[in-house]
Design a protein around this ligand. Structure first.
Ligand code: AMP
Length: 168
């Protein structure tokens, strides 16, 4: 369980570490692959969210997923860019990897170990934004610099006998 004082401290910054949907590059699942290719090349992000027409979060698309479809046996084909849609290649994460509660610091920290960013949705599955590892690390940085301005950190007194044994 997360130490409640640390959880409270991190939550003070929750508005800062959410990048809101309106500034997150995304593509629609009905877009042609060529459009997603252009967007990803332009924004220079490795992976971006995929939404449906009602702004529900559907999954992710990356340049690697698109180029994989363009690889023929002995050449690179541009044809899939016109013929396939984003829906044909979208990576759908399981529901455990989607954040619906910004207060769930434990889950967020756990997932950010393996993912550079996490999608955030509301109760109806509408895309709200992303949490990036970078923004979260900024909050963590603040925590390690400022925790002692809000709390007295006092080491727990070890019983003499166990202190003398030293580390195993
Ligand atoms: P960063 O920590 O800023 O390097 O972001 C990590 C990843 O989050 C990026 O590689 C993208 O996949 C995604 N990301 C960050 N910011 C945005 C954004 N504004 N729009 C779309 N994707 C983003």
């Amino acid at each position: 369980m997360i130490i409640p004082e640390l959880q409270r401290f991190l939550l003070q910054n929750s508005e800062h570490y959410l990048i809101p949907a309106d500034v997150v590059a995304n593509v629609n699942m009905d877009n042609r692959l060529g459009h997603a290719f252009l967007v990803l090349t332009k924004v220079r992000y490795a992976k971006i969210p995929v939404l449906d027409n009602e702004s529900h979060f559907i999954g992710f698309i990356s340049l690697a997923m698109i180029t994989d479809k363009m690889l023929a046996l002995d050449h690179v084909s541009l044809e899939p860019l016109d013929h396939l849609k984003v829906a044909d290649v979208v990576e759908r994460p399981d529901s455990d990897s989607i954040i619906s509660d910004l207060v769930d610091i434990e889950k967020i920290l756990h997932l950010l170990v393996d993912n550079p960013f996490l999608p955030v949705v509301d109760d109806d599955g509408i895309f709200v934004g992303i949490i990036t590892r970078r923004e979260y690390m900024k909050s963590f940085n603040e925590l390690v610099h400022n925790l002692n301005k809000e709390y007295d950190l006092v080491p727990i007194q070890q019983p003499v006998s166990s202190a003398m044994k030293g580390p195993k």
